[in-house]
Design a protein around this ligand. Structure first.
Ligand code: ATP
Length: 287
């Protein structure tokens, strides 16, 4: 038996715009994705029984076919029919249903681990193609770093890496359904679009202040009235040293960009004292 450990990193959206909707219901997006250091740990071990099993330290998550880890392993087993199976052990740290693509990151980690353990010889591109069968964010999670995601999120263009910045991540104790948020957006006649091109320019100039100032998320106007805690977290972060704070994905997680680690730590302590968050992490961007 052999095993591989993969770190499955979460992402934040520095920018998120919605351009329309495909006939099959998927939304056409223009998003700037950025990997952060907050990660789940995925250990994949081979077994001789041929079964695909998993355990997870968070008992609110399913450990059957509803978990993206199991689906990722089955996808490769069905296609390559390698000898033996795998036992997956997932340690969860990325907030769940929080706009940080945690499930997609875990699935990406399982695909990479199985490729390695069974010598499948799949390139990154091959893995990304298979990941897309399971979820639109999985190709990005395989690629990582700073990227523009278009189409339904699967058309990826690598951008110059965002300079390292301190990121405070705070999830209020509220769950939002991504589907519900997109539906509410669809029912609006018009909405204000963030300037994704200006954000890309700021990234090219490696200007953290410019990036923070140009960040925008079209879904903010939809989720924030439903979850007042989001605005509150943004205000607290911006009053306590964040260059800017914003919601990631469909929310409700808020992240603040700081250029000073001490200020971020003071802000984290303040939020901890206020007891407003289910998850609170001081982290940084990674490439
Ligand atoms: P995105 O940013 O792509 O919208 P998200 O952060 O909103 O993702 P996830 O945490 O990836 O959402 O998970 C959303 C749902 O997917 C959860 O409610 C959970 O039941 C299911 N799920 C399946 N597998 C996993 C996994 N390994 N980790 C987390 N959630 C998973």
């Amino acid at each position: 038996m052999s095993e591989v450990t993969k770190l499955a990193y979460g992402k934040i959206n520095l920018g998120l715009d919605v351009l329309g909707k495909r006939e099959d219901g998927y939304h056409l997006v223009r998003m700037i994705m950025q990997t952060v250091e907050v990660h789940d740990t995925v250990v994949v071990e081979t077994n001789t029984t041929g079964e695909i099993t998993m355990t997870c330290d968070n008992d609110t998550l399913p450990v059957d076919e509803n978990n993206l880890c199991i689906r990722a392993a089955k996808l490769l087993k069905d296609e390559f029919n390698f000898d033996g199976g795998v036992n997956i052990s997932l340690t969860k740290r990325i907030p769940i249903a929080a706009g940080m693509a945690g499930g997609s990151a875990d699935a990406a980690a399982v695909l990479k681990a199985i490729n390695q353990l069974f010598d499948l010889g799949l390139s990154k591109k091959d893995l990304m193609k298979r990941g897309l069968l399971l979820g639109a964010d999985i190709p990005y999670c395989i690629m990582g770093g700073t990227a523009l995601a278009e189409g339904i999120g699967e058309e990826l263009t690598r951008l110059s890496p965002m300079p390292e910045a301190q990121v405070l991540i705070a999830k209020p104790p509220v769950d939002v359904s991504t589907g519900q948020i997109y539906k509410a957006l669809d029912s609006r006649k018009s909405y204000e679009h963030p300037n994704i091109d200006a954000l890309i320019h700021a990234i090219e100039y490696e200007d953290v202040f410019g990036i923070a100032l140009k960040m925008g998320n079209v879904l903010g106007d939809v989720t924030m009235p439903m979850v007042p805690e989001i605005q509150k977290l943004i205000e607290i972060m911006e009053e306590n040293g964040a260059i800017r704070a914003m919601m990631t994905g469909s929310g409700p997680t808020v992240f603040g960009i700081f250029d000073d680690a001490d200020e971020m730590e003071a802000c984290r302590k303040k939020l901890e004292e206020l007891n407003l968050c289910e998850n609170l992490y001081s982290t940084s961007t990674i490439v």
